[in-house]
Design a protein around this ligand. Structure first.
Ligand SMILES: [Zn+2]
Length: 189
């Protein structure tokens, strides 16, 4: 018991002891104390156990021995995984390439379709509309002019009237054709 009176409990030294932070004098005194003090010995055991548990939990335990070919096995399996990943990645890359190529060809096809089908269609529609407008105008003018002419020519013989009307219609047709040609030349420009 004398030992314990000369060398009282210093619980804060337990952690320092476990961390190896005690100087030689403190270390000797602590070890001497623990031999006789059951409280400090129990505390030391508990803290040591806790440290052990933490060591195992964080994988730093020296008691756990790895298999001798552990590194080789790990390396081989990692290489295998890597090649699998590479294969998968290459497959995915190939698939992506296919999709991109498909999209590009689809886009090209779309552009080609537009250039080949829609643009001419549009210009065709535009031309048709202009032609239709012209034709309608020419027709209505022809009709009104013809009706005026027919009224004027009413008293003369039927054969001459018909001939005159025909000549008038032909000249009108020629005129409208000329107009159409002129307009078309304008559109093309
Ligand atoms: Zn003690």
């Amino acid at each position: 018991m004398n030992e314990l009176i000369d060398n009282p409990c210093q619980l804060e030294e337990i952690a320092a002891y476990l961390d190896g932070e005690l100087n030689s004098h403190s270390l000797a005194r602590f070890e001497q104390h623990v031999k006789h003090c059951s409280i400090c010995a129990a505390e030391l055991r508990a803290q040591r156990q806790l440290l052990c548990t933490l060591d195992v939990a964080f994988g730093g335990s020296g008691e756990f021995e790895l298999p001798r070919d552990f590194a080789r096995v790990v390396t081989a399996s990692a290489e295998n995984d890597l090649s699998m990943i590479r294969q998968r990645r290459e497959r995915r890359r190939a698939f992506k390439l296919c999709v991109i190529l498909g999209l590009i060809s689809f886009g090209l096809l779309g552009a080609a379709t537009r250039a080949i089908v829609f643009d001419p269609l549009r210009s065709l529609f535009r031309t048709a509309r202009v032609l239709f407008d012209l034709l309608f105008q020419a027709l209505s003018e022809t009709v009104s002019a013809a009706s005026v002419l027919i009224r004027m020519l009413a008293p003369t013989q039927p054969g001459l009237r018909l001939l005159l009307t025909l000549a008038f219609l032909v000249s009108l047709l020629a005129l409208s054709l000329l107009i159409v040609k002129y307009r078309r030349a304008q559109i093309v420009e």
